[in-house]
Write a protein that binds this ligand. Structure first.
Ligand code: CTP
Length: 410
């Protein structure tokens, strides 16, 4: 949650929809976070959600009775969905099952929760939770895309990880604090405008092994690439994160492809290439690797040790040309920043390069801020002030949108 969350959520009415998934226990935590931030929470459950978590849990947390049945009581209950929909400033469905998503995508108002969502004239956030095979199924995928295309609707992407079913993949309900942050971003005007893009982002250093215990590497931490992956997924892109280092917590909406050396990063990117629509190479790729990789630990001897190095492949330069793909490189420099960056932009046939001076405080490795210049192949450039890496990622992806529009026109 951001620091402004308290003021942001104070007095807002949230309708929290809970459908029948094992992840339903996490919606109690979500309700608590919204309440703690100052919002009011009204819970509506599907009948299968009640098999996973008792309405009493939500009643105890929110101080309000939980709605579940469409026509369970007197005549006032017949219009409960309209009343509930009218009262809400935001509808959040977490967890949203494949069933609920399917009903909503097809306008099937078959129970109180789906009816209330359809009757609502407020922003709606859907947070899916299901088995990875189900999430990847073409029917579910098509339903999610349908919902995401509607104005006022957004999908809070699930995370990758081990699920209750024991399988590993994308489908785990996003963590409650991440859902609150997503809702805040969406209500503040955030748009899922990267639908249809498959963004491949590289991050962090590469490790070039010398022997089983030693390697050559660099000071990159991956923060810039992680921020780009997070923002791209939040904006609706399918995202593959290719990196040697892992983000502190799984990034919602990202498939993580773990690599180690420049060669393995090269191979992973080439494997993903047929489905990649935009490649953002934020990784600090080692240009050299030890010529020999010793199978056992190298023992010290008298006198100096010479290590012979071989060139690694230049990943960007190795890519076949594709007029539809958007390719963005990074240039972390210590001198003649724009001159070096422009050279790389041309040599590597990039659409855009992000240049920064890593000697400047607050700009470079390990920090949460960056000050960059975006240089494009058409000769235009944008010099950004010092911003958080998340904000830099937003501005970079705005340019990806502009580049996509230009490619579509040509
Ligand atoms: N890059 C790459 N393959 C490499 C080295 C770098 O694809 N073997 C990519 C980086 O991910 C970055 C861009 O190329 O997006 C520029 O990387 P950088 O290390 O700044 O440039 P180099 O071409 O390696 O040039 P130099 O090290 O001489 O500055």
């Amino acid at each position: 949650m951001t620091q402004q969350s308290g003021a942001f959520w104070a007095g807002r009415e949230i309708l929290l929809g809970v459908s029948g998934s094992i992840a339903a226990y996490k919606s109690a935590e979500l309700a608590r976070l919204f309440l703690k931030a100052g919002a009011k929470v009204q819970v509506v459950m599907t009948s299968s959600a009640k098999q996973f978590i008792a309405p009493l849990t939500f009643f105890s947390l929110t101080g309000r009775p939980v709605y579940d049945e469409m026509f369970s009581g007197g005549p006032e209950e017949a219009t409960a969905h309209i009343e509930l929909a009218r009262r809400a400033d935001l509808v959040v469905v977490a967890p949203a099952t494949a069933q609920l998503i399917g009903r909503l995508a097809n306008g099937l108002a078959s129970d109180l929760l789906s009816t209330t969502i359809i009757a609502a004239d407020t922003p709606v956030v859907i947070a899916p939770a299901m088995n990875p095979q189900m999430f990847a199924h073409p029917a579910v995928d098509a339903n999610i895309k349908t919902i995401a295309s509607w104005p006022g609707y957004a999908i809070a992407p699930p995370t990758e990880g081990e699920l209750a079913c024991g399988e590993f993949g994308l489908g785990r309900l996003a963590d409650p604090p991440g859902i609150v942050e997503f809702c805040e971003w969406f209500l503040s005007g955030g748009k899922q405008d990267l639908q249809g893009e498959h963004v491949v982002v590289t991050a962090g250093p590469t490790f070039e092994d010398l022997d089983p215990v030693r390697f050559l590497s660099n000071r990159s931490t991956g923060k810039m690439g992680f921020a780009i992956a997070q923002v791209a997924a939040r904006r609706g892109a399918q995202v593959s994160l290719v990196s040697s280092v892992s983000p502190p917590t799984p990034i919602p909406g990202c498939n993580h492809v773990k690599v180690r050396s420049a060669q393995s990063m090269h191979d992973a990117i080439h494997a993903l290439l047929p489905e990649t629509t935009a490649l953002v190479m934020a990784a600090a790729v080692a240009d050299y690797k030890p010529k020999e990789q010793a199978p056992t630990k190298i023992k010290k001897k008298a006198g100096p040790l010479a290590i012979e190095l071989d060139r690694n492949p230049d990943i960007l330069a190795s890519l076949p040309k594709d007029p539809k793909r958007i390719t963005v490189g990074f240039a972390a420099e210590t001198d003649h920043v724009e001159e070096h960056a422009l050279g790389k932009l041309k040599r590597k046939h990039l659409d855009m390069i992000v240049a920064n001076d890593v000697t400047q405080p607050g700009s470079g490795f390990g920090v949460d801020t960056n000050q960059v210049v975006l240089l494009k192949a058409d000769g235009s450039s944008e010099s950004l002030p010092m911003l958080s890496k998340v904000e830099v990622a937003e501005r970079l992806l705005d340019q990806v949108r502009t580049l996509r529009a230009a490619k579509e026109r040509s």
